[in-house]
Write a protein that binds this ligand. Structure first.
Ligand code: K7E
Ligand code: CUA
Ligand code: CA
Length: 647
């Protein structure tokens, strides 16, 4: 630790809290002792870390935010952000600095407003996994060219059902979804940055037996492992998988296109808390993606079960490393893995150690070439930052910002000074500690995961909001805090409640994302529906027709405010009805909806869009349908009737 105290003393340094910490078996300095390695101790510490803002600093922040950070009505934000919706399953679009929620993009959830998960178009994209009604997304990332955002796609993981999805940013809809085979729980996800996002890298978190057919349950068995997944970003198909030792948590890619790295917190391959904390060090596994691709091309892979995906073995055999993996020991149960925006370092965040480990990427070619004695020779600093470092971000000016979950702080530190201190120089690398409210997980500075990190805004995604908002029952919102990092000091300027649970977010400059204002009639999003209509001899833009095909009835209609092209249709009880609607309005913002009352049927049809939905007309009688998106003064009158004759 550096000799000087940080500028802003954290509230947890108060005598009383220090005593409480001690009682819980935690000391601020040094590693968490073995006695602290129990769930109870960690939970205790969590409750302690709640630094409370003083009334004066709060008043100053309010004044500042009103004067300098308010985005007036009608004005537009400078940045567009994509927030994970956590176990709610969606992605949210926010404006920064206003922190206003601009849109929601349903992905791994079912959405009643747009019909995501209900319409034929969305269910075709979701594939077999459309049967799942839940998801748990964590890591949204924007595709890149040359280490800068190209504004084309956002990719995101689903831990709950082992999926990866892609969102097209021109329409802000999910257009591809892949269930990753041979694995359980995709957690860490990052994109190739250079030369462009050809591949998506996705960590399967949990160790499972292979084959997982109920014959092996022992995690120590050599056939129990997890895998690093490489996905083709354009086709959204699996490229290959790499078996690793231990497990996988977070990952990131470098700025040369050759290396990626991932944290492992369960090197023990344990199944319980105590077991997962047994080792003083776990590791960062580094992948040489060029070597891995070469091995795939050379056919040095196996396949598993019915899956045709090439599987490489990246595990150590005794002392022998594979040609495409290296394991670098780091303390203890590391979590976040972040590539510094200057391209120099992979930074592993210690979680149960107060340190982060800085791996110099320029040393990795030597590590793979066998020129380093010890994999730890790639580590050029291990600065001690505070309790519970989870994630790190960058301002492009040489500073890093790390969340301290247990301390409830964001610590700003100098990477160059940390390297000097590691060499033995007496230098204080910590520049500031800022209390946040409370228990931050991810944090994200504007453009930090690109080479254009501009050091303007930082968002800290806090897991607990406690007393920061009006109480809303036992379930509290999260608290996303906006911090101005443009000056020498971090300044907290905004609190924003969010619903479960933005693990992570990403933001681009507003000029980097271009969207369509109305749909293109040739859009591939609904191309399968257009093709089916064509088979039925239907011109979607003009025809209002009912096609009867045995038990199947296909109703084609247009919609134009304030009426549906078909005002009534008649079917036999038990018919499978598919309603296909084309919104022929050309006017921006005139979206229609279609709801068939008492049938669980709802969908959005935006200008020039075609949407379809299929249901069983199982109840005889008259059933109204109506437009659900307010589109016109006569929106309430935009209705029709389905007549179902008894079987
Ligand atoms: Cu730290 Cu899933 Cu990125 Cu949550 S993860 S915080
Ligand atoms: Cu159409 Cu409301
Ligand atoms: Ca561990």
């Amino acid at each position: 630790m550096s000799d000087k105290e940080p500028k802003n003393k954290p509230a947890i340094d108060s005598k009383e809290q220090a005593q409480m910490l001690e009682k819980a078996g935690l000391s601020r300095r040094g590693f968490l002792g073995a006695s602290a390695m129990t769930g109870a101790a960690l939970v205790g510490a969590t409750a302690l870390g709640s630094a409370v803002m003083t009334r004066e600093s709060w008043a100053a922040a309010v004044k500042d935010s009103q004067q300098n950070y308010h985005v007036a009505p009608g004005e537009l934000d400078d940045y567009i952000g994509f927030w994970s919706g956590g176990h709610q399953g969606e992605v949210r679009v926010l404006g920064i600095p206003s922190m206003r929620e601009l849109m929601r993009i349903p992905v791994f959830n079912v959405d009643s407003a747009t019909g995501w998960g209900l319409t034929n178009e969305s269910r075709a994209i979701m594939g077999d996994s459309a049967k799942f009604l839940n998801g748990d997304c964590h890591h949204p990332h924007i595709s890149m060219v040359d280490g800068k955002y190209d504004g084309k796609y956002v990719f995101i993981n689903d831990k709950a059902n082992t999926r990866v999805a892609r969102i097209r940013l021109d329409i802000m809809k999910c257009d591809k979804m892949l269930t990753v085979p041979n694995c359980q729980a995709i957690h860490g996800l990052r994109l190739q940055k250079v030369p462009y996002t050809k591949y998506v890298y996705a960590n399967a978190e949990f160790v499972i037996p292979h084959p997982n057919d109920g014959k092996i349950f022992d995690l120590q068995d050599e056939n129990s492992y997890t895998m690093y997944n490489v996905i083709d970003a354009e086709t959204m198909e699996m490229a290959y998988q790499i078996i690793v030792d231990g497990n996988l948590d977070n990952t990131d890619a470098d700025y040369t296109g050759r290396f990626t790295a991932a944290t492992c917190y369960n090197s023990e391959k344990a199944y319980d808390l105590g077991g997962m904390m047994r080792n003083e060090r776990d590791w960062v596994v580094v992948f040489d993606m060029h070597a891995a691709e070469k091995a795939v091309k050379a056919g040095k892979f196996i396949t598993l079960g019915d899956s045709k995906v090439p599987v490489l073995d990246g595990r150590k055999k005794g002392d022998k490393d594979s040609e495409f993996t290296r394991y670098i020991p780091v303390p203890k149960n590391p979590h976040g893995l972040n590539t510094s925006s200057d391209g120099k370092y992979f930074i592993a965040n210690g979680k149960l150690s107060p340190t982060v480990s800085m791996i110099e990427i320029a040393k990795l070619p030597d590590l793979f070439a066998g020129k380093l004695k010890d994999p730890r020779d790639t580590i050029v600093a291990e600065p001690e930052l505070g309790l519970g470092p989870l994630h790190t971000t960058f301002d492009g000016r040489g500073n890093a910002y790390t969340t301290l979950f247990i301390d409830s702080q964001v610590v700003k530190w100098s990477m160059a000074d940390a390297v000097r201190a590691y060499k033995g120089e007496k230098v204080n690398y910590i520049k500031q500690k800022l209390d946040v409210q409370y228990q931050p997980g991810h944090l994200h500075a504007s453009l930090c995961e690109t080479s254009e990190a501009d050091g303007k805004w930082l968002v800290a995604l806090c897991k607990f909001s406690k007393d920061r908002f009006l109480q809303v029952g036992p379930l509290h919102p999260e608290n996303d805090q906006l911090i101005d990092i443009s000056g020498d000091e971090m300044k907290l300027v905004h609190d924003g409640p969010t619903f479960a649970e933005p693990h992570d977010c990403t933001m681009a400059r507003r000029d980097q994302v271009k969207t369509k204002k109305i749909w293109d009639r040739n859009d591939p999003f609904f191309a399968p529906t257009v093709a089916r209509a064509k088979k039925d001899g239907i011109n979607l833009e003009t025809d209002n027709k009912v096609i009867r095909d045995g038990n199947k009835v296909r109703v084609y209609m247009t919609s134009m405010a304030p009426s549906f092209g078909v005002q009534d249709f008649t079917v036999k009880q038990g018919s499978e009805v598919t309603v296909t609607i084309t919104n022929i309005d050309q006017i921006e913002d005139v979206s229609h909806g279609f709801v068939m009352v008492n049938h669980g049927v709802s969908m959005e049809i935006s200008p020039q869009q075609t949407s379809s939905i299929t249901f069983i007309a199982d109840k005889p009688g008259l059933h109204w349908y109506y437009c659900s998106w307010f589109c016109h003064a006569l929106h309430m009158e935009m209705v029709g009737r389905m007549m179902v004759e008894p079987a």
